[in-house]
Design a protein around this ligand. Sequence first.
Ligand code: ADP
Ligand code: MG
Length: 394
Amino acid sequence: MQEKEILQNLREKFSELYGDGDVALYFAPGRVNLIGEHTDYNGGHVFPCALTLGTYAAVRKRTDDKIRMASLNMNDAAIEEMTLGDYTNKAEGSWTNYPRGVIWAMSEKNFTIPTGFEVLYYGNIPAGSGLSSSASLEVLTALFIKDQYGFDAVEQLDLAFLGQTAESDFVGMKCGIMDQFASAMGKENAAMFLETDTMKFDYLPLKLDAAKIVITNSMVKHELASSEYNTRRSECESAVQDLQAKYDIKTLGELSPEQFEEGKELIADETKRKRAKHAVYENDRTIRAVEALKQNDIATFGKLMNESHVSLRDDYAVSCPEIDDLTSWAWEIDGVVGSRITGGGFGGCTVSIIKEAAVDTYKETAEKKYQEKYGKKPEFYVVDPGAGAHRISQ
Ligand code: ADP
Ligand code: MG
């Protein structure tokens, strides 16, 4: 569906649910991370771009203390109602935890909404596929609350922090800042090189030399991801503690691969050593990949993407057979510059950079082999970097 149709549908459904009247419309994108995976909560670098796929909201303030939320993607758009001030009551497993978490996170910063609102969401990112539908939902919610209630002190980058706080402290997924950052700060045709420990970042035009970004959805949902994700995070924290016997560091992102090699024996547990190795080398790869892109050397960029995958598969252990097959098949095809798992892992999507002339061959090959081996079809999205969260003028 085109944006125009999406918005028209959203308005119609909003009127059916909540009654006629003015509504305000907003959008926040999902993201794809090109390289720098599981580095954000390790104080390292990431290189994502926002997508043109994302989540939309139609919103109207109410005069009473009721908050009414519905999503066209969930339970036939059944309305979930809550009362102002009641937002610390978590409804376990409910999608409303994401927006509720944002309302809570904002109130913790004294951006407490004085009256309720009604909202209808619709997202066209496949949920649970590693393209961060959750971050887009959070950033979107923070944005419309800021805008509707006139919280001018909330800056665009704050939307990312508020979203992360919601996901990490309310939903319980101890995520880094990358997803929400990309959703809030995205820019058309540019990727973002972010240093997560300082939050310094640069926009880089994505000149891919007649190549496309192709996302392949394995259709494997990353359902167990949150507990495994939190485990990886604590394994890395524990490795840092071991390394502190030698290095004055707070995060793995502060170490070069050489320093890691000199100190790695301090990490007694072999699994934790592998996790730390990934975090350190992936950070270094990300810096080198961006350097290569600046030199228009996309071949090196692609090679580093492939190495990133191998490291995520073998050392960080966040891949799965379906995704490993998709990447291996891709690597064999002429014109595939690079291919790797993207997002938190345990399913979800691969991201590949593929020469335009080879995109069809890639899709046909991947679809055929995947169908044969797994009896289902992958989905493909050829994407361009899109803009960050914004209000849609009507
Ligand atoms: P990802 O962020 O990779 O898409 P997550 O598991 O982190 O996967 O987030 C997916 C969850 O976010 C969904 O299960 C749902 O609870 C919530 N969500 C995302 N998009 C929407 C939407 N449009 N409407 C309602 N809930 C949504
Ligand atoms: Mg998510």
